[in-house]
Design a protein. Structure first.
Length: 374
């Protein structure tokens, strides 16, 4: 049996909508009914007033920062444990990313470390709802209010996650989503920016489409980007939205199953958590090895691969990335909690189309490997 770490769900609705777009010849990012429809449905899903389609999650982050007015030499405080796209987006603007440590057990931004690192040059905070786990937003939003900072939510892995009754993407000033093939909602490639601010929404719409002029199209109003999503991709997104509740709940079911099988190994594994008042959507079932297994990640992943089970390492934080340390932009000791889990975390196959037989196979083999090493 071969079980990939992720497989997308593509159903009849996605195929029907894509065919409609193709038959209409609406294949670009400037024309077609599915673009507006996808934005409307996704904004409603997130509880936001506006949604703006873009070409991918990285461009959503770049566009959000640009629309918020972040520029050269501004500081943006970013959760250090994340896909490096979060940091790249800051660097694209000539701004300075400041890594903020994470808290256990959520592995999301630590508000206390954030408070210590805010400076007069700080302009924005970028939280990361990691692996489907919502960040503790109340203290972060309060710090942002006190220091007049923009809060950007990196929701690439957290479509539908909830914090105290609010869906991520609607809690800060701007939410940014990825629709890559392995995400909870996919359009193959693609992304979305969400906001309640009409000025930011309008700025993002302009910048993503080369900042064309309103009266004279080719008299541009700004230095824009070509970050458009195509109508064909939006058609896939509309198909995904027709089953969004199932897409979210199926991952949560997978998470509950894995946790039920692995709960007896709490001395050796930190499993995903769901704190009171939150909803963790389990983008990927990410766990952290500890105790005598702390340094056994490579061996465990290799043993799983031998049995046909694909896995992925957890993210290496910004403060441990050689390309940034060597430039003198950060130092390894800046984020000690993130360092504790950097090389001992990984995730198991997590896909809405996994069968119960596949889930049982993964869990049983993983337990067998653990038992042999303990």
């Amino acid at each position: 049996m071969i079980i990939p770490v992720s497989r997308p769900h593509i159903g009849a609705a996605e195929i029907t909508f894509v065919n409609e777009a193709l038959q209409a010849g609406a294949i670009s990012g400037l024309y077609g009914t599915f673009l507006d429809r996808f934005e409307t449905e996704f904004a409603e899903f997130c509880g936001s007033k506006y949604a703006v389609t873009v070409s991918n999650g990285t461009t959503a982050l770049h566009l959000a920062l640009a629309a918020a007015g972040v520029g050269k030499d501004d500081e943006v405080l970013v959760a250090t444990t994340t896909n490096m796209a979060s940091f790249f987006a800051v660097l694209y603007l000539g701004a300075k990313p400041v890594p903020v440590d994470i808290s256990r057990p959520t592995l999301t931004m630590d508000p206390e470390d954030l408070a210590r690192k805010i400076s007069p040059r700080s302009r924005a905070i970028m939280v990361v709802h990691l692996f489907g786990q919502p960040t503790d937003m109340d203290p972060i939003n309060e710090l942002a209010r006190q220091h007049n900072l923009v809060v950007i939510e990196d929701c690439a892995e957290a479509h539908g996650a909830v914090y105290k009754g609010r869906t991520v993407g609607s809690i800060g000033h701007i939410g940014c989503f990825s629709f890559f093939a392995n995400k909870i909602v996919t359009t193959g490639e693609g992304g979305m920016l969400t906001t309640d601010d009409p000025v930011i929404a309008e700025k993002a719409r302009s910048l993503k489409a080369l900042a064309f002029g309103k009266r004279n199209k080719f008299m541009h109003t700004d230095i824009g980007f070509n970050y458009r999503m195509t109508n064909v991709q939006a058609a896939i997104g509309c198909g995904q939205m027709s089953v969004i509740d199932w897409l979210v709940e199926r991952r949560r079911e997978i998470g509950r199953y894995y946790s039920s099988r692995l709960s007896a190994y709490s001395d050796y594994l930190d499993l995903p958590v769901e704190l009171p008042g939150t909803k963790n959507v389990i983008w990927m079932y990410h766990l952290v090895l500890k105790g005598i297994l702390d340094d056994k990640r490579s061996a465990i992943m290799a043993a799983l691969q031998e049995r046909g089970i694909e896995t992925r390492e957890g993210f290496i934080p910004y403060n441990l990335q050689d390309i940034f340390v060597e430039r003198g932009w950060t130092a390894p000791e800046e984020c000690p909690v993130a360092n504790q889990v950097a090389f001992s975390s990984f995730y198991l196959p997590t896909s809405p189309v996994m069968t119960d037989e596949e889930l049982e196979y993964v869990a049983t083999n993983f337990i067998s490997i653990l038992d042999a090493m303990i």
